[in-house]
Write a protein that binds this ligand. Structure first.
Ligand code: DGL
Length: 264
């Protein structure tokens, strides 16, 4: 029986989404795929991102998942529509849920989206938000140094995050924004620091966390929610051996994780 939720990211970022799904839906089983071999996605072309994402999604489908969550804004921007047209199981991304939450949160209609170079260039948030409310002004800011910083756990070095935020975000201080969307699933790791950077008076939204709520809506609607009795073990797959992935995953999810390496 197909009963796991497939969660995909280029690396560790989607673990912030997986963790939130585990918290909100404790009866569900997650099969996580981190494409560490091809990470980062943010500086790749649309075709490369589609190709890599599709391989991982096929792998997860072959493992018997009942739905797919693209827990990666970059993959969502590049590949969501393509995959939804191609496969007939529910596939959701993180952009729509984040966009909807931003529309709900902003009071002055000025929203800043932080993301990878690809996500910022794609203007995917701008499009999603404007489809619903064209009065909202969306500023896209590419933060290409954030992912490598988080992957290298630079945030554990005293003062390093504050310096990074100052270096990258200084020009956004001039914008009259009241809402910031973390348009990359790695960024929730820096959420508190980003809130502080903007003086704690701006709403900071994690697209991934919002997506976790959508998972229960989609599963509920499709009558696919898992009963406690059938709970099985979460599984983690990576496309290249990575102690680093295992260490971060174990730390973030608070139990020992040894991901299985698969050649896709
Ligand atoms: N975590 C991915 C996202 O949400 C990006 C990381 C990468 O560049 O691969 O966009």
């Amino acid at each position: 029986m197909k009963n796991a939720i497939g969660v995909f990211d280029s690396g560790v970022g989607g673990l912030t989404v997986a963790r939130e799904i585990m918290r909100q839906l404790p009866n569900e089983t997650i099969y996580y795929f981190g494409d560490v071999k091809n990470c980062p996605y943010g500086d790749k072309t649309k075709d490369e991102i589609i190709k890599n994402t599709e391989k991982a999604v096929e792998f997860l489908i072959n493992q018997g998942v009942k739905m797919i969550v693209l827990a990666c804004n970059t993959a969502t921007a590049a590949a969501l529509e393509y995959l939804q047209d191609r496969y007939n199981l529910p596939i959701i991304g993180v952009v729509q849920p984040g966009a909807r939450r931003a529309i709900q949160a902003t009071e002055n209609n000025n929203v800043l989206v932080l993301g990878t170079q690809f996500t910022a260039d794609s203007k995917v948030y701008d499009k999603e938000i404007k489809n619903i409310n064209s009065d909202i002004v969306v500023y896209d800011k590419a933060c290409p140094t954030f992912c490598p910083f988080i992957e290298a756990e630079g945030n554990l070095v005293e003062g390093a995050t504050q310096k990074l935020l100052k270096d990258v975000l200084f020009d956004t201080k001039l914008l009259d924004i009241d809402t910031v969307v973390l348009g990359c699933t790695h960024y929730p790791i820096l959420k508190k620091d980003i809130e502080e950077y903007y003086g704690n008076n701006i709403k900071v939204i994690s697209s991934g966390h919002e997506a976790a709520r959508d998972v229960s809506t989609v599963l509920g609607y499709a009558k696919l929610l898992q009963k406690k009795l059938n709970k099985t073990e979460h599984k983690f797959f990576i496309s290249k051996e990575s102690e680093h992935f295992n260490n971060i995953a174990s730390k973030w999810l608070k139990h020992t994780i040894k991901a299985e390496v698969v050649d896709i």
